[in-house]
Design a protein around this ligand. Sequence first.
Ligand code: CMP
Length: 151
Amino acid sequence: SFRFTLAIIKPDIFVKQPNNVKSIIEKIESRFIIHTSKQINLSIQDAEQFYHDHREKFFYERLISFMTRGPILPMVLEYKNNDQNNDTIKNWRDFIGPTHREKAKTMNCLRGEYGTSDTRNSFHGSGSEEEAKKEIVFFFPKFDFNNPKSN
Ligand code: CMP
């Protein structure tokens, strides 16, 4: 379990559903602290670096062109709860739901509500503690893991 995760609101939201950004952020804030965030446009090189582990996948080209077609909002999240095993990675992944649209649609989750295809699935969440650390540093090199409130 890890205290933080790297979440992203993907370009399909900003390009096709800009009116939903505000209510999505409110939903996120009902359960997570957003320690830091910034709206940016990924370059192709940034996207290729971020998704390096997917470079052999059949959907890689689609993924890179999708992630560079509009703004994204990366955020460092922390799950709001009081117990000691604050597993933000799992809680965020449960909150967004599964990658694949057909499955997500059957569940109460953000991807089920906003996602429109297996590529345009609206949200990202780190898959492990190692990934979360790497991805947080990728977008927020100055993030202070020991004193997040200062960010
Ligand atoms: P995510 O699981 O966050 O990271 C990999 C991304 O690749 C995924 O979200 C989708 O945006 C995309 N992706 C995953 N599976 C497929 C697929 N079968 N077809 C197209 N895109 C996919």
